[in-house]
Design a protein around this ligand. Sequence first.
Ligand code: PAJ
Length: 283
Amino acid sequence: MELIEDLTLLRRRLRTWRQAGERIALVPTMGNLHRGHLRLVQEARAYAPRTVASIFVNPMQFGPQEDFAAYPRTQARDRELLEAEGTDLLFAPEVATVYPRPPEEQTRIEVPRLSTMLCGASRPGHFVGVATVVCKLFNMVQPDLAVFGEKDFQQLLVIRRMTEDLCLPVTILGVPTVREPDGLALSSRNGYLLPEERARAPALYRALRQAADGLKAGLGPDEVQHQAIQALEKAGLVPDYVSVRRADDLAEPGPADTDLVILGAAQLGKARLIDNLRVTRVL
Ligand code: PAJ
């Protein structure tokens, strides 16, 4: 696997592949890789002969009080894992390569509505940072396909909408969430959990499961949301939200909507946990 940090070198390498008619799949990450990320690489490899992974801890998507400085940077191990999965190229640019100008002068990509609800309400500016960096990565790598996890369901929809609205010629592939045996969704931030917190963390997944069962049994969104929040509090998590939404656009569901997603976020110690579950409601 080749490691490239420089944009000119990246473009030179990618040109040779494109000229050979090889399709390119991109897996954007912030590193500290786990089995969830590696699943994305496996999916990418199934769709294209060339797979590029990127590792870039994107300052623009972190709030001023968030963990940008503390975010785990484990590039040596990440390289080994990517290499073992058969990744062709790792693009790991410096901040100055991605953002040559000061933050206030950076052109931004804003996906309205989808960016300001749920996690976007608690993390102002977060999804502008995500959309901007993903758009830049798309322009740098010019992949045919890009792979993202459904674990970050709102992020996936923001990226799909950005790609569609800006007519970017990239196919977006969503991959189901990879979980620990006890249900906890794998996340780079799970490492922040103390052992005692880690034991309580699956409460988020359990609360979403309970909410999904409630919906299927005919309970309304308000009722299952309320129950889930109570379950999280009982487990000692600090809930941010649990919300039942339409899966295609995250709007509040009407009585006739059947394709739903239950999204939840909660703080546990130093970790902000997020998770979601798709539910098909039978009317
Ligand atoms: P990061 O948190 O490193 O995640 C990179 C990709 O891995 C995202 O598409 C995320 O949804 C996916 N992922 C994370 N945990 C997963 C799990 N348990 N199962 C399946 N997929 C999982 O998300 C980001 O980085 C950034 O916001 C990024 C898109 C790279 C832009 O900076």
